[in-house]
Design a protein around this ligand. Structure first.
Ligand SMILES: N[C@@H](CCC(=O)N[C@@H](CS)C(=O)NCC(=O)O)C(=O)O
Length: 209
């Protein structure tokens, strides 16, 4: 049994993209966030924060999109989606993988929450979009997008010529930046994400582009 708890297109797509790249068979279990299914007792027993994704196998259950991707890639070394442990390339792989969730997702979500997220869905009562927070998110994203653009100016993928799990993780942040209208100011990043979208794994994981 291999189960992905997802609601496309959210951060669950990171896990799905990795599953597709690795050719792993799995069942997709939809958790309808708009209907509040994430808050059921049954789902909270799987993910105590009541968010997606979560991932279940015969031997373990985990959450956090980055953890799921890294674990799956480690389980399939023959697919070559990560450099060998202990190498300088692996150091960069860790760096960009963590950068995705720690540095890219928060400012993008800050923009989403304060410009696009419907006020009636998944918001504390009375909360409003906040233009100052949206501007802060845009500015924080700009700093990080410029760092990525510099790195990607002379290479196709974060680690060089070879696609890796770090591209799945940062690639999903690029999806979020596209969805929120942030990526257009960064042509190198936009071209990188265009490249990633050509991959069959991406096309399987994201419902429609
Ligand atoms: N750090 C978590 C974040 C997960 C997360 O916040 N998921 C959002 C969708 S992108 C969610 O399920 N939200 C449901 C809600 O806010 O009720 C991860 O990367 O897995």
């Amino acid at each position: 049994m291999t189960e992905l708890y997802e609601w496309p297109p959210t951060r669950s797509q990171r896990a799905k993209w990795a599953l597709e790249e690795l050719g792993i068979e799995y069942s997709s279990i939809l958790i309808n966030l708009l209907e509040g299914q994430q808050n059921s007792d049954a789902y909270r027993a799987i993910h105590p924060l009541a968010v997606v994704p979560a991932f279940k196998t015969d031997t373990y259950t985990i959450f956090e999109s980055v953890a799921i991707v890294l674990q799956l890639i480690d389980e399939h070394p023959e697919k070559n989606l990560a450099p060998a442990v202990g190498t300088p390339e692996r150091a960069n792989y860790y760096q960009w993988s963590v950068f995705a969730c720690a540095e890219l997702d928060p400012p993008i979500m800050m923009v989403f929450d304060n410009t696009m997220r419907p006020l009636e869905h998944m918001r504390p009562p009375g909360e409003q979009h906040n233009a100052k927070l949206a501007a802060r998110g845009r500015s924080d994203f700009a700093t990080r997008a410029n760092i990525l653009s510099k790195v990607l100016s002379d290479r196709d993928y974060l680690l060089g010529s070879r696609f890796s799990g770090a591209d799945i993780l940062v690639g999903h942040s690029c999806f979020m930046a596209t969805f929120t209208g942030l990526i257009g100011d960064y042509p190198i990043l936009e071209a990188y994400y265009e490249r990633l979208q050509q991959r069959p794994g991406h096309q399987q994981a994201y419902p429609d582009r």
